[in-house]
Design a protein. Structure first.
Length: 162
């Protein structure tokens, strides 16, 4: 029963992290910490950006929860919240830095409608160079219109192969 509970905590935390990421991106990164996020929307050509500091900032809660939780043993719920946050961070890194921005040359192409929709929504987010008037602040949940476009696109690709 404890294993199921811990798995549910990890899943719930992961899902809630997408909402937290949306809020943090819209109101913090495009708000009072825009000075750290600005170079992500206006690339300088450097491999590392000030925006990369968010990796460390967002890792702190996971680290603290795991550190505090492990004082009580691995069954402590805080450990499993930390695991959910860490898994979200890893997926975010793979999707955002590897797949979308190609900071590491891997996962270049995909005909998966979900991945196409994610890439399109992020591209729309980046058309705004300043902190105001942005859209698509999430990473894994994107507006349905991008899914529809991606399904149509992949359908046309399949028809063209016939």
């Amino acid at each position: 029963m404890v294993i199921v509970q811990n798995i549910l905590i990890v899943i719930a935390t992961f899902v809630l992290m997408e909402g937290a990421a949306w809020v943090l991106h819209k109101y913090i990164m495009h708000g009072f910490l825009w000075n750290l996020h600005h170079d992500h929307h206006n690339p300088s050509g450097h491999h590392f950006q000030k925006n990369d500091s968010f990796l460390l900032i967002f890792a702190v809660p996971s680290f603290l929860l795991s550190f505090i939780g492990l004082q009580n043993g691995p069954e402590d719920y805080r450990v499993w919240i930390a695991v959910g946050i860490a898994i979200y961070g890893l997926i975010y890194f793979i999707v955002h830095d590897v797949f979308i921005h190609q900071r590491f040359k891997a996962l270049k192409r995909s005909n998966n409608p979900y991945l196409i929709a994610i890439r399109k929504a992020h591209k729309v987010h980046h058309k705004y160079r300043e902190k105001e008037d942005g859209e698509c602040f999430g990473m894994l949940w994107v507006p349905i219109r991008y899914y529809r476009e991606a399904w149509e696109y992949t359908k046309k690709l399949k028809e063209a192969k016939r």
